[in-house]
Write a protein that binds this ligand. Sequence first.
Ligand SMILES: NC(=O)c1ccc[n+]([C@@H]2O[C@H](COP(=O)([O-])OP(=O)(O)OC[C@H]3O[C@@H](n4cnc5c(N)ncnc54)[C@H](OP(=O)(O)O)[C@@H]3O)[C@@H](O)[C@H]2O)c1
Length: 329
Amino acid sequence: MSLSALWQQFFPPRPTFTDKDVKPGSQVGKVFIITGAHSGIGLALLKILYPTGATIYLAGRSPAKMDKAIREVAAASSNATTPATLKTLYLDITDLATVKPAASTFTSRETRLDVLWNNAGVGCPAESVTKQGLEVHVGANCVAPLLFVQELLPVLRATARSPDTPRASVRIVWSGSLHIEMTAPPGGIDFTRIDSPRPEDVSRLDYAASKAGNWFLAAEGARRWGADGIMSVCQNPGNLYTSFYDNEPWLLVLFLKTFILYETRYGAYTMLFAGLSPLVGEGGNGAYIWPWGRIKPVARPDVLREGAEEGGKAKAFWEWCERAWEKHI
Ligand SMILES: NC(=O)c1ccc[n+]([C@@H]2O[C@H](COP(=O)([O-])OP(=O)(O)OC[C@H]3O[C@@H](n4cnc5c(N)ncnc54)[C@H](OP(=O)(O)O)[C@@H]3O)[C@@H](O)[C@H]2O)c1
């Protein structure tokens, strides 16, 4: 990858699509889901969206943390004239058994879904495999979110078809990372590695592969759902100081915080751009987005090609994910 592409993602220019571009009340009537919305980048996005009046579901495995986040966001914006309606969904991305119930709970309550931010993710957690024995990064960051989307497709399609829905506004946002470019294995995914997870050998490489997997799912999703009017894009939120760095040595974190980590709201601007900016029009379906909201290609030619080309590794990875859940669901 080029050093310039790396530099531009480590040190992005000022964001151009921010809270000022989503006016109070501007999203009344819309319904959003943010996975992992009670912390980090997801929480920062929730705070930006709260005054817009949307109905927003926080999806996650920690009901108490989600309830606390709801109370905090509401208290911090108590003067909002059109506050969002905030609700929760139980979803554990390391347990496929929770995915269909989460989607069916949602569809039993709502008749539309405008934007789904697949934000929740794991990076080198204590458990190296999911409840179903999948390598934890692809299992949690790719297989469960893809199953979640598949279960929500009827409501996404219905929303896109509705006459009051603007074109290119129904979106699925996947979460990439600079690790795709820096650390992912050749071609993005190494199938032999994810076919036979080795708990003793889990590393950043597996995290990076799962993020390349998110780019593949975004690009393949755009090809499969584009005709239904559903957009599918992948964003690298940027390098943000969140609990993702909790397990790193404190000296390294101090160094990173000083030089390359930004406040979470910047990551939320990238996600806001991906989910709501009119610049991500129909021509932007399948786009990759750099921080803090720029449509730019994945800067690793091998990974870019495997995602962007029809019939490339993206399709094979999609089918791998489907087979992974078919065994268990
Ligand atoms: N921070 C960065 O610099 C950076 C850079 C590139 C990409 N990203 C991506 O950004 C996304 C958000 O991360 P973040 O930095 O905001 O870190 P974070 O604050 O740790 O957020 C991660 C979220 O994922 C949720 N989550 C983890 N395991 C889960 C599970 N099994 N089921 C349901 N939810 C689960 C967490 O909930 P719990 O509290 O319940 O664990 C948390 O809300 C991730 O996809 C990450 O890969 C982050």
